[in-house]
Ligand binder design. Structure first.
Ligand code: BTN
Length: 321
């Protein structure tokens, strides 16, 4: 069974009462055996289901599903919102879609080929992540987008503060971290077309409650909202807060560039004033003290040879022990 069907099936279940296999089979036009098999596969996505003979199925914990209408209502007609049960990657899907003049948010319950930065993959959990992309039109040439990914991180960090997430900081260029563990990632892909504004496809993955099997797939230190003790009854409310914050910061960025957002960014930087090691893919590295950020979001590092700027690219940042 496709995971799209599994999402439909799981959304027909609740944690409060049992639903019989017959009722589920009728609802989805499936045999009871297929319902049973599909619900068995839910464990692979970290979703636990209780089955009691004669009563049916029940979720062990409530799941929160995304609701396009609820999000649309909160954001108003200025936005276009779409929620899909499954997609390869919400970034890839938006790149396939035609441009719109309005900001367009496409969220998915599941991604089968989620993309991360530097060609890595991105793992999410069914109903345990927020996986979404926003297509945002920018007028003017692409050089004005320098520092965009940093501003997106700032927008997320501010919104997460408002959602009650403690100690949210940023790691240059655009990881949202808590206690040096990654809570959210950002992947921006820019599309320029002749005679129309350029579009930034801003992909965001936020960890809400990752099951152990998803966490095991990830090769870096991660954290989720559940571990931080933030109760998430409704993922829609978090997504709405993130989108409102993006709207504010992207407009400010369009008007003022990164320089107009720099002060707030530096205040959030977990590595501001710290001694760091910057490593490039070819094995080279530089050690120095982070002194701040330049007008385009470049990292300024005090080294023995003076202050050097580093641009967002194939370079990674670590605290120097
Ligand atoms: C990173 O490596 O830090 C960036 C991760 C970005 C993941 C998000 S999930 C939604 C959107 N769709 C994708 O395929 N990737 C981004």
């Amino acid at each position: 069974m496709s995971s799209e069907r599994l999402v439909t099936l799981l959304s027909a279940l609740s944690s409060e009462q049992f639903v019989s296999g017959t009722a589920l089979a009728e609802k989805l036009g499936l045999s009871r055996a297929s319902v049973h098999l599909a619900l068995q596969s839910a464990a692979r996505y970290g979703v636990e289901i209780e089955r009691v003979t004669g009563r049916g199925y029940r979720l062990l914990e409530p799941l929160s599903w995304l609701n396009a209408e609820q999000i649309q209502q909160a954001l108003g007609a200025e936005w276009q919102i779409e929620v899909l049960p499954e997609i390869d990657s919400s970034n890839a899907e938006l790149l396939r879609r035609p441009s719109t003049l309005k900001p367009f948010c496409l969220a998915a319950e599941l991604q089968t080929a989620g993309r991360g930065r530097r060609g890595r993959s991105w793992s999410g959990a069914l109903a345990g992540s927020l996986l979404f992309s926003v297509a945002w039109p920018f007028f003017g040439d692409m050089t004005r987008l320098s520092g965009l990914s940093l501003v997106v991180g700032l927008a997320l960090a501010e919104a997460l503060d408002r959602c009650g997430v403690p100690r949210v900081r940023l790691k240059w260029p655009n990881d949202v971290i808590v206690d040096y563990r990654k809570l959210a990632g950002i992947l921006i892909e820019v599309q320029a077309e002749a005679n129309s504004p350029c579009r930034a496809i801003i992909g965001i993955g936020l960890n809400i409650k990752l099951p152990a099997l998803v966490r095991d797939e990830i090769d870096q230190a991660v954290v989720d909202l559940a571990q931080l003790g933030v109760p998430v009854m409704d993922r829609n409310l978090i997504l709405i807060e993130l989108l409102k914050s993006l709207e504010y910061w992207l407009q400010r960025f369009a008007e003022q560039g990164f320089a107009g957002c720099r002060q707030e960014w530096e205040l959030r930087h977990a590595y501001q004033g710290e001694t760091v090691r910057l490593s490039s893919v070819d094995g080279g590295f530089v050690v120095g003290r982070v002194s701040g950020l330049g007008d385009g979001g470049e990292l300024l590092v005090e080294t023995d040879a003076g202050i050097k700027p580093f641009t967002v690219g194939e370079i990674s940042l670590r605290r120097e022990a």
